[in-house]
Design a binder for this molecule. Sequence first.
Ligand code: 2P0
Length: 341
Amino acid sequence: MSNMQVTNSSTTLRSAAFAPSNIALTKYWGKRDARLNLPLAPSLSVALAELGSLTIVQPAADLVEDVMLVDDKPLDDAGMVKLRRVLDIIRQKSGSTLYAGLRSVNTVPAARGLASSASAFAALALAASHAYGLQLSPQELSVLARTGSGSASRSTAGGFALWHQGQAEDGSDSFAEQILPPEHWPLRLLIARVCDERKAVSSTRGMAQADTKSLLFAAWIDQCQRDVVDCRAALEAKNMRKLADIVEGNALAMHATMMAARPPLLYWRPATIAVMHTVRQLRSEGADCCFTIDAGSSVVVLVEPQDARPVADALAAIDGIEEVIQTRIGGGARLLPGGQD
Ligand code: 2P0
């Protein structure tokens, strides 16, 4: 955090930021430090263009605590603990003691395996650091977002992002950076939403369980180290067949690790499995596509633009699929005008 500058410690601004959600191509599932969200392996992701979080932060002298509304509802206790962790770091760096009022609107369906916490904490980190007068480097912003939620480190960067595992105990070298811009490979993303139930086990809790209790855990972490290297090469070469091997293999290995935990974590529904088979069948017939699944039942399909329509139609026809959301790869977190009025 050595480059962090305070523009004016006594001045605060109302600030607004948007940050995208992101989909991991090779996953983050295992921590070496649960308090700082430090991973046991690097991971790679793509940012979603317009699906994410819009957050407004207003520090104010008359507040006696931080107040946060998400989609017009007060944030729950677990969320407030993480929020205060991020705001306390900002207050400490800026020298301010003010609490803040915050509002956030999600354009991602929450808790359906679409990682709304990633965009939420990335938008928070950017809007709040700006509101308290800090000017953070991209690396510092990613580190700050990571302390709220690990995957948020990748949402600040956007595009094709690599989250470095890092070695430092304080987490200062565990940040994400954009390794390729969105236009490098303008794939479409199809989000096949499987069911309307909130997932039973949060990622934070699920990861703690997999970490300590899954008999496959050590092998999973070793595989992630290799997959990140191979995935980056497939992305650079824009090789969908190679990408499919790695991305599908990585997601299935993560779910195998979850299923081998005691007690087991099983996120899939019948439609989840049906989507996987459909994607493999379409690929065998020539469509350039592959799937991935996060800690939920929904499936995300990456597809070349010319195949997007027929693949989306095939997914929408599967029993148990509520809707198929189509989007593109987008950039990282950004400040929005209108924060200061
Ligand atoms: C990922 N997930 O790489 C993986 C795949 C879920 C499955 O990052 O405890 O919400 O806040 O650091 O970031 C979800 O984990 O967990 C996640 P915390 P987070 O996208």
